[in-house]
Write a protein that binds this ligand. Structure first.
Ligand SMILES: Nc1ncnc2c1ncn2[C@@H]1O[C@H](COP(=O)(O)OS(=O)(=O)O)[C@@H](OP(=O)(O)O)[C@H]1O
Length: 211
């Protein structure tokens, strides 16, 4: 979706809200200015999860397309060994949420940005969606009764999506098993992200609990 082209958005009736979603928006340098030029009172929703799980999730996606890439452990470090963390490796760089949020806060007040807690979205989808509906000024229509926990998938699914009588889970590429990562590397990443996470909690006014 081209942000410069508001005309590409679907038309809305009174009382309807148009939404658009692209994961790269949050981390793309020029996006805040472009969105601001399109609408300065837009409401922004960002789903965030522990940056380490997020990076492993990203890596899972990479290996599903290019199985020959080096290991997560190799790519985490600049020279491929346990030295300096390669913060410019995209899966790690995207998780520097405070850095990205800083650019958004130069354009939008915190009241216009809502963070969805990625881990809670899985453990309590109705609670998280309740907060999203409040943020959007909507009645709380989506509640607990819309979800069930699908044991096979290991994730919540919709009991009855709109216009269908059958339950619906997200597709096969959402909620894939992650490769096992060396705990020592995870620990290095914990230390690496800790100050960034704390800064992010301060900026977002919310402790996400990724210790
Ligand atoms: N209900 C439900 N079902 C399946 N998956 C769920 C759900 N809620 C959250 N998640 C988590 O969403 C992760 C995939 O989202 P993406 O990051 O790929 O989304 S996006 O398309 O890039 O916006 C996906 O990451 P992976 O586990 O790495 O596949 C899930 O952990």
């Amino acid at each position: 979706m081209c942000l410069c082209c508001r005309s590409m958005m679907p038309k809305a009736l009174d009382g309807q809200i148009v939404m658009e979603k692209t994961p790269r928006y949050f981390v793309t340098e020029e996006t805040p200015a472009r969105i601001y030029a399109m609408s300065r009172d837009i409401k922004l929703i960002v789903v965030v999860r522990d940056p380490i799980t997020r990076a492993i999730s990203d890596y899972t996606q990479i290996i599903s397309k290019t199985p020959d890439v080096p290991s997560f452990e190799m790519l985490t470090f600049k020279n491929g060994s346990a030295g300096q963390i390669d913060a410019l490796w995209s899966p790690l760089w995207i998780g520097l949420y405070a850095k990205h949020l800083e650019r958004w806060l130069a354009y939008f007040p915190p009241s216009q940005i809502h963070f969805v807690h990625g881990e809670r979205l899985v453990s309590d989808p109705a609670g998280e969606l309740g907060r999203v509906q409040d943020f959007l000024g909507l009645q709380r229509i989506v509640t607990d009764k819309h979800f069930y926990f699908n044991k096979t998938k290991g994730f919540p699914c919709l009991k009855k999506p709109e216009g269908s009588s059958k339950p619906h889970c997200l597709g096969k590429t959402k909620g894939r098993p992650h490769p096992k990562i060396d705990p020592a590397v995870i620990q290095k990443l914990r230390e690496f992200y800790q100050p960034h996470n704390l800064r992010f909690y301060q900026m977002a006014g919310q402790d996400f609990g990724w210790q």
